[in-house]
Design a protein around this ligand. Sequence first.
Ligand code: GLU
Length: 424
Amino acid sequence: MSTQRSSATPVAENAFDIAQKQFDIAADLLHLDANLRDVLRNCKRELTVNFPVKMDDGSIRVFQGYRVHHNIARGPAKGGLRFHPAVTLDEVRALAMWMTWKCAVVGIPFGGAKGGVVCDPKKLSLTELENLTRRFATEISLLIGPDRDIPAPDVNTSPLVMSWIMDTYSMAVGHSVPAVVTGKPLSIGGSEGRLEATARGAVDVIIEAARDRQFPLDGARVILQGFGNAGAPLASFLSQLGCRVIGVSDSSGAIHNPHGIDCARLRLYQRETGTVAGFSMAEPVDPLGMLELPCDILVPAALEGQITHRNADRIKAKMIAEVANGPTTPEADVILGEKGVLVLPDILCNAGGVTVSYFEWVQDLQSFFWDEEEVNARLQRIMVRAYQNVARMAEQHNVNLRTAAHMLAISLVADATRTRGIFP
Ligand code: GLU
């Protein structure tokens, strides 16, 4: 186990180059006007902040963070906030652009944003994490607000982190503003169903795609990279559908059992130990090699840049459900397409999270809260409709689902931009 690499080691490719390449492929097919293309392939606003944080030992450390708005033609900027040592401005730019397309694919009235702080939250105490979050929230208060930019959880951020942001913002303005962030705890205006929303939305898309292609889910073998906010609940939902989860990894290691892994027990084990590595009812495997093991559905649910030209031809899955943002490079897409692997693209497959964030924001603004049944039913309607729209587009233009999703999203955002006109 000691020689294992991280299960989600980002590869050298630049995420923003990848996001722009994906954009160009769709923009070419749409014959998008050259002027509009320039507007949409770049980010509107980029804020970099360097800020001091008081550490437990009395020292002061300076951290760097970013908040980027890609496009706000369709509504306020929306997108998560990640705490990770590998965060870069280009990564945040890419993630912000993907948020713009994601919100358009599911038809919710938001633009795209993302934020990140370069830090390893696992090496911070709870007090240090709170100090960092509150100071970062203050630094980006130039941009955030319930009608301007609404952050949410992403890699290594949680409802607790969101509650500190909500409190910090509310303290500054002198009254409670729950709608300034989503993914909050229920007690301060969070929504029922938000915790599992990304996983639930992914399952809605997987079921629709499987039905379309007569792909049996009962007994399907699943390999899951990432066992966090999205990956862990997804494992439970897929098990309930009769799938057999045979491989799981997180940032500390990977495990494999061809007979199936009891995901409920694995979650308990992970809660106790902080990792899936060392789970006794499975064998340790190399985390990157795990992606290439025989399976039916591969679910990248960690970081971007995991499936590339280096490993795509060795992938054995028939379906890839992208729960992570940006896990597959354009070169890998070509290889997977030639192999006949069905890729459910991130901006469709993981859009359940931001969809229920939208519900949370609407509930906060109205101070009127829905029960979980209503949240899940509305989520399912949106995810199924989005899948059908993307599948129809793919068929009409004879393109893969990623390009179809981008074409759909880009035409909606382009239309909004055209309709509003260029100021002044
Ligand atoms: N971080 C999630 C995503 O990448 C959720 C964003 C949100 O809810 O605003 O889609």
